[in-house]
Design a protein around this ligand. Structure first.
Ligand code: UD1
Ligand code: CA
Length: 468
């Protein structure tokens, strides 16, 4: 963007309850593609390097404050202004006055509930900063619920009229107010304190600064945004969901442009902070959320869920697996139906098969647990094979204990490893064992009742029964 943004500060309106969401959570903390609406608003302006970003919080202020601690404001100073009673968008800006940087005239005001705003959206407003107030507008098919832009014959903006306050002819105007404004601080300080609340909602409307400017004979610039979805507010869950579809499509299209194949891009849910390598293959119904990095050529089959994981190149996550906060090495094979829980670390070419659950477990390169196992609080050495039905008994009812399994170990099927316990390199554990003592290097550990065969027992039973 070729805009001079050095002399700019931002106010984000985020105090409203969001009544139409019908939620205990403030509206701006609802998420779209993994990021809250508020975080999205802040990210959209971060690249403009504003001197200061002031967030107006009110409804759910404590929750909003907590959330803001984890948000990156880039080089901008962050301030929180409090609007304890939500008396309207104009009142919200009044409440921010004490937190404005007095040195910075240009104030970009943005709504906190407009999730698809992005840096480029502000360009039409920022490239011409002469007017005391400019408003970003958009022409939409269905203007229902938005403030309408009334233009004078010369094309300048005359007024903004809220949906509820519209006359029939005003209601048919389809140029709407985005709630994004660029205003001079001195002008805001002059007019805002004088605005009334004589409208359908009895609130102080920020939109009325336009009428106030016109009254003073100053011209108001209306800059049109070509992409109406970028300035659409999310007032209800349905509106939010519709915008999420738009963003999800953009994200998936971006990754396709980067060389990712989607078997059905309409049903793959890729969050904002996910990175996909070239030649990744993403199946239908896959969800990849949080911060994830997938290396080149990773395949994620249908209906798998991946949350906050690093997955190295060439790994293959088969049908319906669930991975959470795990590190997966190159060319691992996981699933189908595997559950890889937090703090699992897999080296290269590890295999975890169907109905295998891991938690806080490290697997060395080439280790395998192919069927029906629980491996928790464990270290499994390279090349070790864990037989079907192996359980690390890591919990004694009070504490968790560690199971240590060395390199090239063979654990027979249906083994219970009662932690703390160590199976050293090269050892074999007989199938069906309940191992409570360490097994030394290269030894065989067996812990099960000896087998007793009773000759011809079955034959005698059959004969007894055939007499009846
Ligand atoms: C507002 C505009 C409308 C515009 C629409 C665009 C006004 C009066 N109306 O309507 O012209 O078309 O946005 O999406 O400005 N907020 C506060 N304090 C308050 C009230 C609201 O901080 O007292 C915040 C909300 O948290 C929200 C933003 O301001 O992030 C907009 O408020 P909202 O109630 O959603 O306004 P709309 O009815 O959508
Ligand atoms: Ca809104």
């Amino acid at each position: 963007m070729h805009t001079n943004t050095e002399n700019l500060q931002v106010v984000v309106l985020a105090a409203g309850k969001g009544k139409r969401m019908k939620s205990d959570l403030p509206k701006v903390l609802h998420k779209l593609c993994g990021l809250t609406l508020l975080e999205r608003a802040i990210r959209s302006v971060r690249g403009l390097s504003p001197k200061r970003i002031t967030i107006v919080a009110g409804h759910g202020e404590a929750l909003v404050r907590d959330h803001l601690e984890s948000v990156d404001f880039g080089s901008a100073e962050m301030r929180i202004a409090v609007q304890s009673e939500q008396n309207g968008t104009g009142h919200a800006v009044l409440m921010a006055f004490d937190d404005l940087d007095p040195e910075v005239e240009d104030v970009l005001i943005i709504p906190g509930d407009t999730p698809l705003l992005r840096e480029a959206t502000y360009e039409p407003l920022l490239h011409n900063r002469e007017a005391v107030v400019s408003v970003l507008t958009s022409v939409v098919e269905n203007p229902y619920g938005f403030g309408r832009i009334e233009r004078a014959n010369d094309g300048s903006v005359k007024a903004i009229v809220e949906d509820r306050d519209c006359s029939d002819s005003q209601r048919s105007i389809n140029e709407i107010n985005s709630s994004v404004y660029l205003a001079k601080q001195s002008f805001l300080r002059e007019v805002l304190p004088k605005l009334g609340s004589n409208n359908a909602q009895g609130e102080i409307y920020l939109t009325d600064i336009v009428g106030a400017a016109v009254k003073q004979g100053r011209s108001v610039r209306g800059a049109v945004c070509e992409h109406s979805s970028h300035v659409a507010g999310a007032n209800s869950r349905y509106e939010l969901a519709l915008l999420e579809v738009v963003r999800r499509h953009e994200i998936n299209k971006h990754w396709m442009d980067e060389g990712v194949t989607f078997e059905d891009f309409r049903t793959a849910y890729i969050d904002e902070d996910v990175e996909l390598g070239r030649d990744c293959l993403i199946g239908p119904g896959v969800s990849i959320s949080g911060r994830c990095v997938l290396g080149a050529g990773v395949c994620v089959e249908a209906h798998s869920t991946i949350q906050s994981c690093n997955i190295s190149e060439g790994a293959h996550v088969k049908f319906s697996s669930h991975l959470e906060q795990a590190e997966v090495g190159p060319r691992c094979m996981i699933g189908p139906f595997a559950r890889v829980r937090p703090q699992t670390k897999l080296g290269a070419e590890v295999r975890l098969g169907n109905f295998v659950e891991t938690k806080k477990a490290e697997f060395g390169a080439g280790a395998k647990a192919n069927h029906l196992s629980y491996i928790g609080d464990a270290r499994v050495g390279p090349k070790t094979n864990i037989g079907a039905g192996t359980i690390t008994c890591n919990y004694d009812g009070y504490n968790k204990h560690v199971t240590n399994i060395g390199t090239d170990v063979f654990i027979g099927s249906n083994t219970a490893l009662v932690a703390p316990v160590t199976i050293s390199d090269g050892a074999i554990v007989g199938a069906g064992s309940t191992i409570t003592k360490d097994v030394p290097k290269d030894a065989l550990g067996v812990a099960r009742a000896r087998q007793n065969n009773v000759e011809e027992y079955a034959l005698r039973k059959r004969r007894e029964h055939s007499k009846d």
